[in-house]
Design a protein around this ligand. Structure first.
Ligand SMILES: [Zn+2]
Length: 460
């Protein structure tokens, strides 16, 4: 059996072009039933080639006639290009028209490139590549695309990386251009931002000269209702003014009013400064989760094998009780009493029978740091218990999940990947939009008429 698929071009030429011939002989088997992937790729490529070439031929014809004088302009030269799309690469010849002599600017010599087209790459290809690369590694994205798309699309690892980072760059450029204007789609007059959280993640660096890893700041802004907006940047790349703009822009996208806004951080000084610069009237709260994590580290030392074996039992027990009491005091917002409890623990560690034990040597700097930390964050320690009972937020689980979604899942140490600061920064910009489900809207803005393929991709 032979099945011929042809495309009829209904223009003046009226060509009928065969794009694929499918042969099936012998018994129907599981493998021979229906189209194979290779045939489907070939078929799509054939159709795409005919469509693109017919569209471009028509485009040149309509552009040739000058609207002012009606002259049919001559083609000065043609150069070759390759249009890259999800359905294969199509060789195209790009015409350059001579001027007809009219004073009208539109009638001057010009190269006929379809409006908005960027380096002859279809927006859909750019979209799918950056969407995938924001989720999985460049190499895996490239593998997947090579498996599913016609071979000559050019989805090598380096191409996927380059195109994805170009999308990141475009998002960055927009951010800088619109920093003082309301962001696109930010006209939510009545919306209110209720909480914001800032936190840091770490990414392995690819150039060991500048440290083994670098810090990525991520944040999430929660509006009333279920709306939320993420943000992220590499701390050393972004100047403080730029990070301020980024946060301000994102807050503006979630709502016009920020009354009663609560900002959660882990107490990091730089993050705090950032918050004061952008949202000076917000209430700053030290995230309970980060606070207890510090206590857990101390507790693990106090209850560790070494401590149990080497410390005098009653002192070890006292340290343990002291830590529990410290946690209780912090939970109830008793800041001064918490500090005196830390001092009490430090006194125990100075006792002659305890002083020289390895546990004491490990605990002393930890307690010293904790004391400093609590002291400098005195104004950010609320009565967590009361807030909790009132159903108010005490922990930045929503920021933790932002770190996880934006940084850890794609760039974590476990993935064995190393990053340049710039590469990580630009990828985070794309990933932020993908996580927030807004990448499509950017493409729709950049390429009028573009239709998102989010749903189809999610299913895939
Ligand atoms: Zn003319």
């Amino acid at each position: 059996m032979k099945l011929t698929v042809s495309v009829a071009v209904s223009d003046s030429t009226g060509d009928n072009v065969v794009v694929a011939e499918l042969h099936r002989d012998g018994a129907v088997t599981a493998a021979s039933l229906g189209l194979t992937l290779a045939e489907a790729k070939e078929l799509l490529r054939g159709v795409q080639r005919q469509l693109v070439q017919a569209q471009l031929a028509l485009h040149v014809e309509t552009q040739r006639t000058c609207r002012a004088c009606g002259t049919r302009r001559q083609v000065k030269e043609r150069r070759r290009a390759r249009f890259k799309s999800l359905f294969g690469g199509v060789p195209v010849s790009v015409a350059r028209l001579r001027s007809c002599g009219c004073p009208d600017a539109a009638s001057g010599a010009k190269t006929l490139i379809p409006e908005g087209l960027n380096r002859w790459v279809a927006p859909e290809l750019e979209y799918v590549e950056s969407w995938l690369a924001a989720k999985v590694s460049y190499a895996r994205s490239s593998d997947l695309l090579t498996q599913l798309l016609p071979a000559d699309v050019g989805s090598s690892t380096s191409t996927v990386r380059r195109r994805t980072l170009a999308v990141g760059k475009r998002l960055e450029k927009e951010l800088r251009e619109t920093k003082d204007a309301p962001a696109p789609g930010a006209e939510k007059d009545s919306a209110t931002v209720i909480a914001a959280g800032l936190d840091c993640g770490h990414v392995r660096s690819c150039c060991p000269q500048s440290g083994r890893s670098f810090e990525v700041v991520v944040g999430r802004i929660l509006g009333r209702g279920a709306s939320s907006r993420s943000l992220g940047f590499v701390r050393t790349i972004e100047k403080s003014a730029q990070s301020r703009d980024r946060i301000r822009w994102r807050v503006a996208q979630e709502g016009a009013t920020t009354d009663g806004l609560t900002v959660f951080t882990d107490g990091d000084e730089d993050l705090r400064r950032l918050q004061l610069a952008v949202l000076p009237n917000a209430e700053h709260i030290l995230d309970w989760y980060h606070l207890t994590r510090k206590l857990t580290v101390l507790k693990n030392v106090v209850c560790g094998k070494e401590a149990v074996a080497k410390l005098p039992p009653h002192h070890q027990h006292k340290l343990y009780l002291g830590l529990s009491s410290l946690k209780w005091r912090l939970w109830h917002g008793q800041h001064a009493r918490a500090l005196s409890k830390v001092k009490e623990l430090q006194r125990i560690l100075r006792l002659p029978t305890v002083r020289n034990k390895p546990t004491a040597r490990r605990l002393r700097p930890l307690l010293g740091k904790l004391f400093k930390f609590l002291k400098s964050n005195a104004d950010s320690l609320p009565d967590y218990g009361k807030r909790y009972r009132e159903g108010k937020r005490i922990a930045t689980s929503f920021v933790e999940s932002a770190v996880n979604q934006l940084v850890d899942k794609r760039m974590s140490k476990s993935q064995q990947m190393r990053w340049s600061r710039k590469g990580a920064h630009l990828l985070i910009q794309v990933r932020t939009e993908v996580v927030d489900g807004r990448l499509t809207s950017h493409f729709e803005r950049w390429y009028p008429g573009f239709r998102g393929v989010d749903v189809a991709l999610e299913v895939a």
